[in-house]
Design a protein around this ligand. Structure first.
Ligand SMILES: [Zn+2]
Length: 76
């Protein structure tokens, strides 16, 4: 898994480009190629299996906030 890629969203709300960074960049800063904003790659627990949902806030999820709240009633 050492060659895995981390995907994160640019924190610039006017950009929000999906950035793919190598796993070894955890805990470091990368620069968004679209807007040049520096982005910190989440790096705690390197080597451990992490819930990837934390670093994948996609546009669909943000836009469909109401739908997500509605489906929140469903218990898993
Ligand atoms: Zn950006």
């Amino acid at each position: 898994m050492s060659n895995s890629v981390i995907r994160l969203i640019c924190p610039n709300l006017k950009c929000r480009k999906v950035l793919s960074v190598p796993a070894h960049a955890r805990g470091r800063n990368v620069r968004c190629r679209a807007c040049s904003m520096r982005v910190t790659v989440p790096g705690k627990g390197a080597g451990k299996k992490q819930p990837t949902a934390v670093v994948e806030p996609t546009d669909e999820q943000l836009a469909g906030n109401e739908a997500a709240a509605a489906s929140n009633e469903k218990t898993e």
